[in-house]
Ligand binder design. Structure first.
Ligand code: WQD
Length: 336
């Protein structure tokens, strides 16, 4: 089937493009290159041997999005990755986040309706869950995002839920990512954020290749086994497969309605677990210092992965060692 990936040259989008194309699907990518690089398109071709059709557009531009659908009337479904995603930046620039992350979805749904495209998988996040929940998080846990970025994800979830409620012939799947890390085994695709990374693994990788001096561990007085924050890290290649399985569930079963799935491993690792695993697998490359807590961080966050396993047939397979090894391999290949 032909699948549109908005933001398809990004970290998760590009890995999903590869997985879909290797399963025989045709992929169309819409990306404005605001947080991705055009070189990724060729890397997708190097890996798969196939071309993804590419449109360099901003999906906040309704006319440009309409033209894409006009030229691709056989799009079966959309995987909606496009959106700004830096928590700290969203606090500093809330209007930019609300405008970009919500208008893109409004436009997408309007144009999908016009062209009778009735299937959408949305890139959501564990950040939509209230910090007051007990672990592990199930899909019916309390919601309550604590920053503008997380609120755009939550608002998009409500928009999609309300839309599907009055359009029951539409299939909508929300995928709530926990902490995606790792890289494709080829070393050609990976996480390549602009500027100084906010997230743990890309920061560790830049320390490991000597671009940054050391890691600052944000707090070691959390209520966890070693005092550092615990998260549910999932390999991006596993995460990509879950998107393909979502699309193929819709193709196979037809009307699935509105579904929500956590995408995590169910295992929490602390910051020190990650640093120690990285140094064990790649060589003793990462020095660290204990620093102050980062505002908004919580003690621990990890998934109950049961529902995705039961209904999608999805179970994360890759190990923490593979996540650390592949992340470092990609960073070495893409040293600035
Ligand atoms: C992980 C742990 C930090 C950096 C965020 C978003 C979430 C999702 C994933 C998009 C925490 C610690 C980090 C550093 C550190 N993104 N840390 N030093 O905050 O769990 O989730 O990214 O969907 O929505 O909220 O991920 O990688 O930033 O932090 O000690 O330099 O590493 O305190 O315990 P987080 P993270």
């Amino acid at each position: 089937m032909k699948i549109l990936l908005t933001g398809g040259l990004g970290f998760i989008g590009s890995h999903t493009a590869v997985d879909l194309m290797e399963r025989g699907h045709d992929v169309v990518i819409a990306d404005n290159l605001s947080n991705s690089k055009i070189e990724v398109l060729d890397k997708i071709k190097q890996i798969t041997g196939k071309e993804a059709k590419f449109y360099q557009i901003d999906i906040c531009d309704l006319d440009a999005l309409d033209k894409l659908f006009e030229e691709n009337k056989d799009i079966f479904g959309v995987i909606h990755f496009a959106g700004y995603k830096a928590v700290g930046e969203s606090v500093a620039k809330p209007l930019m986040y609300y405008e970009n992350n919500l208008i893109s979805t409004f436009n997408l749904l309007k144009v999908m309706q016009k062209y009778n495209c009735k299937n959408i998988v949305f890139s959501s996040s564990a950040t939509v869950y209230s910090p007051k929940n007990v672990m592990p998080l199930t899909e019916d846990a309390d919601l309550g995002a604590s920053n503008p970025y997380g609120r755009t994800k939550l608002f998009n979830e409500h928009i999609l839920r309300d839309f599907q409620f009055v359009n029951p012939d539409y299939d909508v799947v929300l995928l709530r990512y926990f902490n995606p890390i790792g890289a494709h085994e080829s070393g050609l695709l990976g996480e390549d954020p602009n500027g100084i990374p906010n997230n743990l693994m890309p920061y560790i990788c830049k320390v490991a290749v000597g671009e940054l001096d050391h890691l600052n561990i944000f707090g070691n007085d959390y209520k966890t086994k070693d005092g550092t924050g615990v998260r549910d890290y999932i390999h991006v290649v596993d995460l990509a497969r879950a998107h393909s399985l979502s699309i193929e569930k819709i193709i196979r079963e037809g009307r699935i309605g509105f579904k929500v799935y956590n995408l995590g491993t169910g295992t929490g690792y602390s910051v020190l677990d990650i640093v120690n695993a990285f140094n064990r697998v790649n060589g003793d490359l990462v020095k660290y210092e204990i620093a102050a807590r980062r505002p908004g961080d919580i003690d621990e966050c990890y998934a109950s992965p049961k529902l995705a396993e039961e209904e999608l047939g999805f179970k994360a397979e890759k190990t923490l060692d593979e996540m650390c090894k592949s992340s470092y391999q990609y960073q070495k290949n893409n040293k600035k």
